[in-house]
Design a protein around this ligand. Structure first.
Ligand code: NAP
Length: 478
């Protein structure tokens, strides 16, 4: 069988030095396809191509960049069902979730097409007579994009689209679990009239392809999304050579439920935030902090709703929770359940590996009662596992919510304007939700966190310009 998912380097489709197989976590007997794995040398060729194309693309007109991105966005939107199906097969999200993600990727390209036109700058009067000051934004140059597997269309889109819109060239390394989605995106981008080398796709391991991007003096900026451990290595390598860097990493996001909350709404938020997309979202509501007065009632309702969730093949109608994306992730989930048991957490339900008509990484959503000091309440598990912590009142709940090394997203369910307002102000995170799940964000506004969750400027929306441009201040004496 010839390799389906190739690399795209300097405007040409290329094989790799080895071949890998993209698995289907819903049906291990039906792999998605073979993909070309590059090495460091091929990555360097892609970086060289991006560097050569950078001056031309930096000087391209806003109209040209708008047209290219608008065309990419339009094609993604027109083919969202087909792309969603590929995504569901490769990553294991349910079909509706996957189609939604494809639509989101299309909308992101459309949004950044507009950003190419909006550009803009500032003109100020100088403090000196006869002098004018212009402040403009310029492209950074070559951007290395290193992406995770859990949003294999949307995350690459929210990095590639602003990079190209602001006049940068791109070397994109997807996670090895999702080469099919990366290829589909690259295929659409390859037909958008960009100069050869402006966009490159290089599949392969983080150790080889990723490291080559981090180490190359020709890569001016690196945008990374992934785990905290890899993020630390990315920061160390890029800081050593002074490259611009942006890191989006994990989360252990609290959802606070106060005694005055609409309990059914709170249970909906918890269920959706904790378990949908198989809990594989950096914004997942994995810590449910519940005020004592409603703790038992909340837990009883959530337990009942969790038990009723339908776990199954990502493409099956009626599946609410798809499989875990990989064997490694399934083993990590299981090992955390064991850690929880050893720590003395009360395991309420779930966590079993399930058998379905096709062999896949199926696991039932798990719910545990834990203590704030438990590892399962502090470390990111990245699966369908949620812990419930009891709080004495609002102040205690807020303190628990902030008692984490992470700071991506926090939510509160309450009918009190006073507590909602106070929480929005005092939650030490980048994103706050009131009466909404912590996961699920808009595509046109900033995304990112604080503390160990993020480093560098925000992604998405108009704020993406902070990372993908550099500011120039020009003085003119007339
Ligand atoms: P990961 O293991 O850290 O991998 C992320 C990317 O880094 C992959 O493309 C990986 O390549 C690559 N990589 C690995 N080692 C590298 C190295 N030494 N140098 C350069 N690149 C390297 O993370 P993941 O398992 O794919 O994704 C899950 C994590 O992403 C979770 O922690 C989740 O919270 C986080 N996440 C955060 C956000 C956010 O915006 N805050 C959004 C989504 C996900 P290979 O996979 O090919 O090895």
């Amino acid at each position: 069988m010839s390799t389906r998912f190739k690399n795209f380097i300097n405007g040409r489709w290329d094989t790799g030095v080895t071949t890998g197989t993209s698995e289907n976590p819903s049906d291990l007997g039906q792999p998605v396809g073979d993909y070309a794995r590059a090495d460091a040398h091929q990555t360097e060729m892609a970086i060289r191509a991006a560097a050569d194309a950078a001056p031309q693309w930096a000087l391209s007109t806003p109209q040209r960049r708008f047209d290219a991105l608008d065309q990419i966005g339009a094609e993604i939107l027109a083919r969202k069902d087909e792309l969603g199906e590929l995504l569901a097969r490769e990553e294991g999200k349910t079909l509706p979730e996957a189609v939604g993600e494809a639509a989101r990727a299309g909308n992101i390209f459309k949004f950044f097409a507009g950003e190419a036109l909006r550009g803009g700058g500032e003109k100020l009067a100088s403090v000196r007579p006869g002098v004018e000051v212009d402040i403009t934004r310029e492209p950074v140059g070559v951007v290395g994009i290193i992406a995770p597997w859990n949003f294999p269309l949307a995350i690459p889109a929210w990095k590639i689209a602003p990079a190209l819109a602001h006049g940068n060239t791109v070397v994109f390394k997807p996670a090895e679990l999702v080469p099919g989605c990366a290829w589909a995106l690259a295929d659409i981008i390859s037909r958008a009239g960009l100069p050869a080398g402006a966009f490159n796709l290089v599949n392969g391991s983080g150790r080889q392809v990723g490291q080559a991007i981090l180490d190359s003096e020709l890569v001016d900026a690196v945008s990374f999304t992934g785990s905290q451990a890899t993020g630390a290595a990315v920061l160390a390598a890029t800081s050593k050579r002074g490259a611009k860097v942006q890191l989006e990493m994990g989360g252990k996001n609290p959802l606070v439920v106060l005694a005055d909350a609409d309990l059914d709404l709170a249970v909906d938020c918890a269920l959706q935030g904790a378990f949908f997309s198989t809990g594989q979202r950096c914004t997942a509501s994995s810590r449910l902090i519940v005020e004592a007065a409603v703790h038992d009632a909340f837990v009883a309702k959530l337990r009942e709703r969790t038990r009723a969730l339908k776990v199954g093949h990502a493409l099956d109608k009626g599946t609410q929770i798809g499989p875990v994306a990989s064997r490694a992730q399934l083993e990590q989930n299981q090992s955390y359940l064991e850690i929880g048991r050893q720590e003395g957490a009360e395991h309420l339900l779930g966590g079993e590996q399930l058998e379905r008509p096709t062999m896949g990484h199926y696991m039932s959503p798990a719910l545990l009662l834990a203590k704030p000091e438990h590892r399962i309440a502090r470390e990111e598990i990245f699966g369908p596992v949620a812990v419930v912590l009891k709080a004495d009142g609002y102040e205690h709940a807020l303190a628990l919510a902030n008692d984490t090394p992470f700071g991506l997203c926090a939510g509160i369910c309450t009918t009190s304007l006073k507590h909602a307002t106070h929480f929005k102000r005092h939650a030490k995170v980048g994103m706050v939700m009131v009466n909404l799940p912590t996961a699920g964000v808009d595509f046109h506004v900033p995304f990112g966190g604080r503390k160990s969750s993020s480093h560098g400027p925000r992604e998405q929306g108009r704020y993406a310009a902070e990372f993908y441009t550099t500011v120039k201040t020009a003085y003119t004496f007339t």
